[in-house]
Design a protein around this ligand. Structure first.
Ligand SMILES: [Zn+2]
Length: 519
């Protein structure tokens, strides 16, 4: 619990107060990675105006941090919150300390960035929001879901959309080269678009083409795009999702280090779990999915095509070192919510009375036919997750959307990611220090996306601040019961305003649009 006291009534005149708010008695972890220090923080007009010794009587309001950690609000660089204006409190994020979101990842964003960020005017948010302009959305707008290269004219149209998005404030270009339609793009198409975004100082953020048996080629492709376009690269949810390559993270990390040694800015982000979350469709060959579900159904009606799909899916399993789909859990299946929380092997046994791989593939194709499902894939190794977390260029990001409390069985990262790092990986396992973990959630994300006045407790910076008890911080959300808020945060401030008071959202909406800085 946090004690908030108001001092203004005891002062002779309101005008004599210097600060809107002062936070006292905290141990400040400033976001740079430096060890904590004791200081008070003075806030005025949404900004941090003093860090040091402050007489609390000069403040209209005082928060006594009671010896807890006071840190910059966390910046989650990898989110999917295109629908946030319909759910403006973003409570799942705020209650794990997140005060700024970067959306538009994995190739999917609004295509009218000016209009998207302009929605703040009529619909304020509790958190700050930046966005990328996404290749997949731009491509779908120009070429639909076609599995082919763009014509010169189509490439020009895509370039123009990316250029407009950057002019309207996008912080970079994202791709999702595993997804339809991004997966139909060859590298040169992406390089063209990356060059456009690079002219405006953008970062290239990529859900790379493969995170499984072909992860090395996919990392190299992302780095190549950055080198050709001369722009920073940020590899999304860096992982190894193939059992056959478990333990090889030193090698994949080595590719990033080698690119950095050549002079390219490369960073990665990571969520702190050994399971991923994406669509069921992504288990199928991308050529089957071209043109949308109706086209896919037509293709699958042909027996010889079906045989080819079975062969390719079995080949993929084999390359990844999985014997079947028992690693694949349904998060949300609209056609039959009873499947939620069960894996494909279990569902197949239940529906078909047997669960050989052929039957499991049959089951997946049937679920695709009935609209598809969102999935949780338990496909990573703990050792690789920890290796990746230790690297100085790794940021912590959730890859989550705004959660509707109680709906479906989504990946727990949307409720627990930052708390899990601070509780499980920092306090319990000591994989990284508290100060370094906070750096990965604050100043490194701000540096990567050029958010110059965020991510540090520093005079002149925006007063996005979290206060928490590092001995109590816990991620409660599990794969079985994900709808549980993180615990341990006693205050979350956005632009100097308290949005979470330790027990509930305050209802204040002080978030702002974070547009690419143009000067
Ligand atoms: Zn992704």
């Amino acid at each position: 619990m946090i004690i908030i006291s108001s001092t203004s009534t005891t002062l002779p005149q309101q005008s004599s107060t210097e600060y809107d708010l002062v936070i006292t008695n905290g141990r400040v972890v400033d976001g740079t990675g430096n060890p904590w220090f004791r200081a008070s923080i003075g806030i005025k007009d949404g900004k941090i105006v003093k860090v040091g010794h402050i007489d609390p009587s000069t403040a209209k309001q005082v928060i006594d941090a009671q010896n807890q950690i006071v840190a910059p609000g966390f910046i989650d660089v990898h989110t999917h919150v295109e629908d946030i204006f319909g759910n403006p409190t973003a409570e799942n994020f705020v209650r794990m300390g997140v005060t700024s979101l970067i959306t538009g990842n994995c190739g999917g964003s609004a295509t009218e960035i000016g209009e998207f960020l302009g929605r703040f005017k009529e619909k304020p948010l509790a958190v700050n929001l930046a966005t990328l302009i996404a290749h997949g959305s731009v491509r779908a707008k120009v070429m639909g879901l076609d599995d082919r290269a763009p014509t010169a004219e189509e490439q020009q149209k895509m370039n123009a959309l990316v250029e407009q998005g950057m002019k309207d404030g996008a912080v970079g270009l994202s791709t999702g080269l595993i997804y339809v339609p991004g997966t139909y793009a060859k590298t040169d198409e992406v390089i063209e678009l990356a060059k456009v975004a690079a002219r405006y100082g953008g970062t290239y953020a990529s859900h790379i083409r493969n995170e499984e048996a072909h992860v090395v080629e996919a990392i190299n492709e992302a780095i190549n795009i950055g080198e050709q376009a001369k722009m920073p690269v940020e590899i999304s949810h860096f992982k190894i999702s193939a059992k056959s390559l478990w333990g090889k993270s030193p090698m994949t990390i080595g590719l990033v280090k080698a690119a950095r040694d050549r002079g390219l800015t490369v960073t990665v982000d990571q969520y702190a779990y050994t399971a991923s979350s994406t669509s069921l469709d992504s288990r199928m060959p991308s050529w089957v999915l071209a043109g949308g579900r109706a086209e896919g159904r037509k293709r699958l009606a042909d027996p010889s095509t079906r045989t080819k799909v079975f062969d390719e899916m079995k080949q993929e399993l084999k390359e990844r070192g999985f014997k079947d789909y028992s690693y694949a859990y349904v998060a949300s299946y609209r056609a039959n919510p009873e499947f939620n929380g069960k894996n494909i092997a279990e569902i197949t046994q239940q529906v078909r009375g047997k669960k050989k791989v052929d039957e499991q593939i049959e089951q997946i194709l049937e679920m695709y036919d009935k609209g598809g499902a969102s999935m949780v894939y338990r496909s990573m190794s703990e050792g690789d997750v920890q290796n990746i977390m230790r690297e100085p260029f790794t940021m912590i990001a959730s890859d989550s959307g705004v959660r509707e409390f109680g709906a479906g069985v989504p990946h727990p990262r949307g409720y627990g990611n930052n708390a899990r790092v601070l509780g499980h990986y920092v306090r319990d396992l000591k994989v990284v220090t508290l100060e370094d973990a906070i750096r990965k959630m604050t100043s490194l994300p701000a540096q990567t996306f050029n958010l110059r006045d965020r991510g540090q407790i520093r005079e002149g910076f925006a007063a996005d601040i979290v206060i928490f008890d590092e001995t109590k911080i816990t991620d409660k959300a599990t794969f079985e019961q994900p709808h549980q808020y993180a615990e341990g945060f006693s205050s979350v401030l956005v632009n100097g305003k308290l949005v979470f008071d330790g027990t509930k959202m305050t209802g204040l909406m002080p978030g702002v649009a974070l547009r690419r800085i143009t000067d």
